[in-house]
Design a protein around this ligand. Structure first.
Ligand code: DGL
Length: 265
């Protein structure tokens, strides 16, 4: 029923484009409808009730626009709103927390996993809760990184400031002797260079996008029948300034985004 329908993807801003890029790698024929809630970015410092309301309004909008599978590409709303969305809507809604944890558990050798994320994500303890479901011996160490999202939203991902912020956050986790680090915010893959520069090559980095999109693909292609392809559709909506989203999104992805439309929910 949801097979081959456009994949709906949402985030607070440009961060979810890291998931869009992975969708295009794994499911090149998929149509996508993206919503970036840039009027409300950053989500990280906002209370859970507010994020549940935003996630609900956006999901409702994406389904109305024709989306089938929905990817909640935001770790903050995946941490606090996913249960609510999955109970309310019949569309399959995939979050990014469990896929990230699954990948990290496959990689870790010493069972010590670090997570960097927003204040909301880290405060929710969602990664530790999901890890405990799969393996009670795993230890999860969280670190909130409030400076990261504003940097990425400005497209400022290689500057001295970005490097210094990464140094402050990542060093704290390295002191916990982690051997695997989850990028627990969809904005952070765009800071991978500065994060790796601090982390070195010993600690493995997990981008939850890969496993998340694998799960979406199972539903998108559930019959195994090839998609009868016409023109591929790529639609972008934001609640804030469409021009700045397009400019920064194009810079981060290295690809000129098509027209971005503004919509108030
Ligand atoms: N990219 C989102 C996340 O994965 C939200 C970041 C924010 O707006 O604070 O958590």
């Amino acid at each position: 029923m949801f097979e081959h329908k456009p994949i709906g993807i949402f985030d607070s801003g440009v961060g979810g484009l890291s998931i869009v890029e992975e969708v295009f790698k794994q499911i090149p024929d998929a149509d996508i409808i993206y919503f970036g809630d840039t009027a409300h970015v950053p989500y990280g410092p906002r209370p859970a009730e507010e994020l549940i309301r935003f996630a609900d309004e956006i999901t409702h909008f994406l389904i109305r626009e024709g989306a089938g599978v929905i990817i909640d590409a935001c770790n903050s709303t995946s941490s606090v709103a996913l249960d609510h969305l999955q109970e309310k809507y019949s569309n399959p809604i995939i979050g990014v927390i469990m896929p990230g944890i699954k990948s990290a558990i496959k990689l870790t050798k010493n069972g010590r996993i670090g997570v960097i994320g927003t204040e909301t994500t880290i405060k929710s303890g969602s990664h530790a809760k999901n890890a405990a479901i799969l393996d009670s011996d795993i230890k999860v160490f969280g670190q909130a990184c409030p400076q990261f999202v504003p940097l990425v939203e400005r497209g400022d991902v290689h500057s001295k400031r970005a490097y210094e912020a990464a140094e402050e956050y990542v060093t704290k986790l390295m002191e916990k002797n982690i051997d695997t680090l989850i990028l627990g915010c969809t904005h952070y893959p765009y800071l991978r260079d500065v994060i790796t520069a601090i982390l070195g090559s010993e600690v493995k980095i997990v981008d939850p996008a890969i496993e998340t999109v694998k799960e979406a693909n199972l539903i998108f292609n559930s019959s195994g029948k090839p998609l009868q392809k016409k023109n591929k559709k790529e639609i972008y909506y934001v609640s804030g300034d469409p021009n700045s989203f397009r400019k920064v999104g194009s810079k981060l992805t290295g690809k000129l985004l098509p027209e971005v439309k503004k919509v108030i929910l």
